[in-house]
Ligand binder design. Structure first.
Ligand code: PHE
Length: 356
């Protein structure tokens, strides 16, 4: 063995002592004290030893310096390992505690889609007038979608340009009116149904059209249902939905399954930012009419005895007007920043649900 400088031995003893101390250290604060006492640049014990280097002969300095660096590195690793051990085992590492002044994280709460909110609102109004909910399949046949509704297959609506056919005579319903037929087949009058659902058309996808959209179908059939019932029911709906000042207009129109047919427009009262009230333009909200006797006969009803009215409206279009949304596509993009603006309508309901 070569001659060993006594400082090297001192360094090795110090290493052994320090490693024991680091292993035994109880918490992060004590660990920091150890770090400073061994490795501190000014007061640290290794620095202290190195200060004695100057008294050594030139050829003795390098091995002592090298050993000092090795011991420093060894202690640094041990300190780091102990710190990591304390943080994974949950011991106090002396790292700053959680910042209690940070703002609380926003509670994530769900909401009802604005179009569904409008459907719910419309449903509530008709429910209070004695309507019940009905539904039908989204994939339906030419019979229910067209023929039973007095619509011949050479009618433009039945064209492949407009309707999405699945196979043969099966198609994606292009309106909710087939639910009229399916309901009347199963039930005798009196009928008073509201049938919301998705419908499909070969249409563009732009600000005012989407190839899939919601519709709400309404149907009333009974003895003695007249044009007066028809107008009064829909006018009442419009005033309840848009407010008592709402004007309602029935414009003559044509649908194969209603006779006479009408398009229903409303003129709403709008409150401006400064509180003044102004009238909106006329806006079309639905197609409607008295049920064509051929439709009643197609389902086996006695058209001499029963009469009725039907209507169909697009809740997305109504939501668009109600909320001032500029583009129908926004209802489909599911951008949470957009949708979350509509959640405040049901705050308590949803906060409670998400809390459990
Ligand atoms: N089904 C028609 C449409 O989609 C709307 C409508 C329903 C018209 C009921 C009259 C009666 O355009």
């Amino acid at each position: 063995m070569t001659h060993q400088n006594p400082l090297i031995q001192t360094l090795q003893e110090l290493e052994t002592e320090a490693l024991d101390a680091i292993r035994a250290v109880p918490d992060g604060d004590a660990l920091e004290v150890l770090r400073v006492s061994y490795l501190g640049r000014k007061e640290g014990r290794i620095s202290g030893i190195l200060r004695g280097l100057g008294a050594l002969a030139a050829d003795e300095r390098p091995p002592v310096g090298a050993e000092a660096n090795r011991v420093k590195e060894s202690l640094r690793e041990a300190l780091e390992a102990r710190e990591a051990e304390m943080s994974t085992s949950g011991e106090d590492t002396g790292a700053p505690a959680e910042d209690l002044t940070l703002p609380a994280r926003h509670r994530w709460s769900g909401g009802i889609h604005p179009v569904n909110q409008v459907i719910d609102e419309i449903w509530t109004i008709f429910q209070s007038m004695g309507f019940v909910r009905a539904r039908g399949p989204e994939a339906d046949t030419e019979w229910y979608n067209f023929l039973a509704l007095n619509t011949p297959l050479d009618h433009p609506a039945a064209d492949e340009q407009d309707t999405l056919y699945l196979k043969d005579s099966v198609l994606l319903r292009s309106h909710t009116s087939p639910v009229q037929v399916r309901t009347m087949e199963k039930h005798e009058p009196p009928i008073r149904i509201l049938a919301p659902g998705m419908v499909y058309r070969r249409d563009s996808y732009d600000a005012t059209h989407t190839p899939a959209f919601a519709q709400i179908e309404g149907l009333v059939v009974d003895e003695g249902i007249s044009f007066v019932d028809f107008k009064a029911t829909l006018a009442e709906f419009a005033r309840r939905f848009w407010g008592p000042g709402t004007k309602v207009r029935f414009r003559p129109s044509f649908f194969p399954f209603t006779e006479p047919s009408a398009e229903v427009d409303v003129k709403r009262m709008i409150t401006m930012k400064d509180g003044t009230r102004v009238e909106s333009d006329w806006i079309e909200i639905m197609g409607a009419g008295m049920v064509d006797p051929n439709v009643l006969e197609n389902v086996g009803y006695d058209a001499e005895r029963y009469t009725g009215f039907a209507f169909g409206m697009g809740p997305a279009r109504i939501a668009l007007l109600k909320y001032g949304v500029p583009d129908l596509r926004m209802f489909f993009q599911n951008d949470v920043r957009f949708l979350s603006q509509f959640t405040s309508q049901f705050p308590s309901q949803f906060t409670e649900r998400s809390a459990t």
